[in-house]
Design a protein around this ligand. Structure first.
Ligand SMILES: *Cc1c(COP(=O)(O)O)cnc(C)c1O
Length: 221
């Protein structure tokens, strides 16, 4: 089996500077995160709030922590002091809570809207129309401590490359459309799409951030 360092080097080579590699470290122990850090990774993604809040103080400062999993309103407070980017915003009420907690810490927290692009029923996210409505809501005006900087999506878990490509392409189109919107706290620059099995496809379709776990650290089973 290849080392974490070798896997990261290989993936970074494939990315070729076109996107940011987020090392998805959920369920992985701190020593493995340190291996990734030593190999140059500075962006780490977790999907559970508690786990991220526990690991963060055990790792060097300067790491950018990404909340990539579904976020419950009552848990925002645990990550608000340090989180760099929340990929999974899917409601105005969640955004309002992030704004409130960010203000307590004198921060502006960057967020992505999670868009539902897969066929599977279990995935969270907004429909494209729901995102169009949310981004124009009057209430956004008052949320000075959050910034909407782009979109995130998960493609269907399938071997059908054409389908995955289609889903990524659709997300990129929505991204391009919403990028034209200029409001005080809306400024798109990030499109988070692609995981271990489909990050090369995602980059070809315009991803700026790939979230890769098992291809770096091995399977989570
Ligand atoms: C777990 C997870 C990933 C990484 O999945 P891999 O297939 O292990 O690369 C990416 N994005 C989200 C939202 C995840 O929960």
């Amino acid at each position: 089996m290849k080392s974490v360092r070798e896997n990261i080097a290989q993936i970074e080579q494939k990315i070729g500077g076109k996107a940011t590699l987020i090392a998805v470290t959920k369920t992985k122990p701190v020593p493995l995160l340190l291996e990734a850090y030593d190999a140059g990774c500075r962006d780490f993604g977790e999907n559970r709030v508690q786990e991220m809040a526990e690991k963060q103080p055990q790792l060097p400062a300067g790491i950018r922590w990404h909340q990539i999993g579904h976020l419950q309103t009552n848990k925002v407070k645990y990550i608000a002091p340090f989180v760099a980017l929340i990929h999974s915003v899917d409601s105005l009420s969640l955004l309002t809570e992030i704004n409130k907690q960010a203000a307590k810490h004198g921060r502006v927290i960057d967020c992505l809207l999670q868009i539902f692009i897969a066929e599977e029923e279990t995935k969270f996210g907004l429909s494209p129309d729901e995102a169009r409505v949310l981004i124009q809501r009057q209430e956004l005006e008052a949320l000075a401590n959050v910034r909407l900087v782009g979109l995130m999506g998960l493609a269907t878990n399938t071997d059908n490359e054409a389908q995955v490509r289609q889903e990524f392409r659709g997300l990129k189109q929505l991204y391009d459309e919403l990028s034209l919107i200029k409001r005080a706290n809306v400024a798109f620059s990030q499109l988070s799409m692609g995981m271990s099995g489909d990050y090369e496809l995602a980059i070809a379709e315009g991803s700026t951030m790939v979230r890769v776990g098992s291809a770096i650290f091995g399977s989570r089973l």
